[in-house]
Design a protein around this ligand. Structure first.
Ligand code: WT7
Length: 638
């Protein structure tokens, strides 16, 4: 069995692509016709990239959860929708069929309603990777609320910024979260955040770690108590709120080149179509297969390919609470064998880290259920690609290298498993409906093959971001103003002789650390909050496992102690407090001055070269205000 919108051969890929190029609206409308709508749309696509304004399936009425859950009940009610594997290998797994997921989501939708959540309200979700996280996300969508999931590794300050920006009224969290050997105090973090968040009226706390937590009368309530109330009230089914195709589904904050994260907004109709379509096609999913995406739902990958995409296709999605290296570096392989996983989708950084532990951790595992392997989040180096293909896929499984972004909602450039060719370190060909163009320094399109440039996209696709929450102008300047009539990705790419795309990395001041996006300006702001810091400049440098590491050059005025090591630790603590542990610099170098132009601009190009260890070719330093500082920095490199 296959899906009506599944591309099954290279010829079909070419045909779909040609069709999408001729008329993007008609192409996606045909795909959308295979989903359930309460009312069909009036127009498939209306758009301009100048405002920008993009509207898909305008006038169409639906609720994404009816497509992800209700639609499957009749035929596949007993198919597992979600399988959950605990952080602790000895704890029993949990499995929810589509029927059971329906019941849980309806119940929690009632809980949200009972707690005053209405259509359009913003709900912040800060939880560990337990089934209740997926349930909370889906329940928000079902009642028409806009979810904003915040990754459990962000600090109280970062949560507060996100809650304030979205003016969230309800927070859903856990007492704590297990991650490897760690126990993360989520509720404590929320309590700290809420000191500055008067918009929040209610906090719903799900029990996981049994860490002692404070519960404030009138504001905080237990998830389990709320469910009990709903049961006593005899509330079961929850009719999904009817949404417009263009109503916002969620906000997800992501870093840019300024200090403040942006709230990327996605909508019901477009996100539903694009995630299900790309899920089925890139992995060539077959009904009944087990799909294991190792991401956290706190990132876009989890939204698109743990929750909405797989469920939209009626698939079985495996959710894992833990980390790849705990209790040992064989954890993924043990899970693959335990559930007979067919599709494994993970990040290059995880592959490189496991590669570092050695192949002995793969011994004893069969891994023969695997059919497709996928990677996402950052460029994959050839060595890691081959290691994955050989040791995990036993040279039988196609590896799909999927390039996309929080803003694109789903995969844009990727090979289709076993259908279009795979090339190590290349994302290869665009998905049908995606029209990439490369732009040179002069702002002109570079045509033909064997060329490189800044990667842009020509037409809208259904899951393109619609706005940045509360600040549409920021969306315009960030993505649509660099080149007229194009969406600018912020990535550089090359197109080889065969028309295959290879993503070469960010061309803006954004770092990709272990597949997580971090803005250099954000890290600098955090470092500068430390009392003794006068100024700082942050750049990336190549890191064997993380892909990119964070290198900070810091001008320090001195403090009560002359202990450099302790000061470094203090700065790391400051960054942890302000952003979260994921943004901690790997290297801190104290400097007397930073290389600046006469107009006061920091010359990052030079700092980047130094951090990369390329001190011999620093290029032209004559325009610097004080060329002497460069020498000093080179000498003091850490
Ligand atoms: C940035 C987007 C896509 C979900 C996870 C990250 C980089 C992503 C690839 C890939 C090379 C990649 C890009 C992109 N990136 N996938 N397959 N090959 N680079 O989402 O946090 O929005 O980051 O990740 O630089 O712009 P994100």
């Amino acid at each position: 069995m296959s899906y009506p919108y599944q591309v099954k051969s290279l010829e079909e890929y070419k045909a779909a692509y040609a069709k999408s190029e001729a008329d993007p609206g008609a192409f996606w409308a045909e795909i959308a016709s295979h989903f359930s709508w309460r009312k069909k749309w009036d127009t498939a696509l209306e758009w301009n990239f100048t405002e920008p304004k993009v509207e898909w399936f305008k006038g169409g009425r639906l609720n994404i959860t009816e497509n992800c859950i209700d639609r499957h009940l009749e035929k596949n009610g007993n198919t597992p929708a979600l399988i959950w594997e605990s952080n602790d290998p000895d704890e029993a797994h949990r499995s929810l069929t589509y029927r059971q997921l329906y019941e849980k989501v309806c119940q929690f939708s009632h809980v949200l309603r009972n707690n005053g959540v209405k259509k359009g309200d913003r709900v912040c979700i800060y939880m560990g990777m337990i089934p209740e996280l997926a349930i909370a996300v889906l329940a928000c969508a079902r009642v028409g609320a806009i979810h904003s999931v915040v990754f459990g590794g962000f600090s109280a300050q970062s949560i507060a910024d996100r809650i304030q920006d979205a003016q969230a009224t309800v927070v859903v969290t856990c007492d704590g979260a297990f991650r490897g050997a760690k126990d993360i105090p989520l509720k404590g973090m929320i309590d700290d955040a809420l000191v500055t968040c008067p918009s929040v009226k209610r906090v719903i706390v799900c029990t996981r770690t049994r860490t002692p937590v404070s519960m404030i009368k009138g504001r905080d309530t237990w998830w389990e108590d709320e469910i009990r109330k709903v049961e006593t009230q005899g509330l079961t089914d929850f009719p999904a709120e009817e949404m417009d195709s263009e109503d916002p589904l969620f906000i997800l904050y992501t870093s840019g080149s300024t200090g403040k994260p942006k709230g990327v907004v996605h909508t019901h109709g477009g996100f539903m179509i694009f995630t299900a379509y790309t899920f089925v096609n890139m992995f060539q999913y077959k009904p009944g297969e087990i799909h294991f995406c190792t991401a956290d739902i706190g990132w876009i990958t989890g939204h698109s390919y743990i929750v909405y995409g797989p469920l939209g296709a009626g698939a079985t999605s495996l959710m894992f609470e833990g980390v790849p290296t705990w209790p040992d570096a064989g954890r993924f392989w043990q899970i693959v064998d335990k559930y007979k996983v067919n599709i494994l989708y993970t990040a290059p950084t995880a592959i490189r880290s496991l590669m570092g532990y050695g192949t002995q951790y793969l011994e004893g595992y069969q891994l023969d259920s695997l059919r497709v392997l996928g990677t996402v989040g950052e460029p994959i180096n050839e060595e890691a690609w081959h290691w994955y293909h050989k040791n995990v896929g036993k040279e039988k499984c196609p590896v799909v290298d999927t390039w996309w972004q929080t803003e694109t909602g789903g995969t844009m450039i990727s090979n289709l498993a076993g259908i279009t060719p795979a090339v190590p370190s290349f994302a290869t060909l665009p998905m049908p409906g995606i029209h990439p163009v490369l732009i040179d320094e002069k702002g002109e399109e570079v045509k033909g093959n064997g060329v490189s440039g800044n990667l842009c996209i020509k037409y809208p696709w259904p899951a393109i971001l619609r706005t940045t929450y509360g600040d549409h102008e920021r969306c315009r300047t960030n993505y649509f103003a660099t080149y007229s009539n194009l969406y600018f990705t912020g990535d550089g790419a090359l197109r080889d002789e065969n028309g295959m795309y290879r993503i070469t990395g960010r061309v803006d001041d954004v770092l990709n650390v272990s597949g997580h996006r971090i803005g250099t300006a954000e890290v600098e702001n955090a470092i500068n909050m430390h009392t003794g810091v006068v100024e700082s400049a942050v750049v990336g440098f190549p890191h064997d496992i993380k892909g990119q590491g964070i290198y900070a050059f810091v001008i320090y005025s001195g403090g009560h102690s002359n202990d450099e090591q302790l000061t470094r630790q203090d700065i790391l603590q400051t960054v942890s407090r302000v952003i979260g542990p994921i943004a901690k610099p790997d290297k801190i170098q104290f400097v007397k001055g930073l290389p600046k132009t006469r107009s006061g601009k920091i010359m990052r190009r030079i700092l980047r070269k130094i951090a990369e260890g390329e001190t011999a070719q620093l290029g032209d330093t004559t325009t610097l205000l004080d060329p002497g500082v460069v020498e000093e920095i080179v000498v003091g490199k850490v």
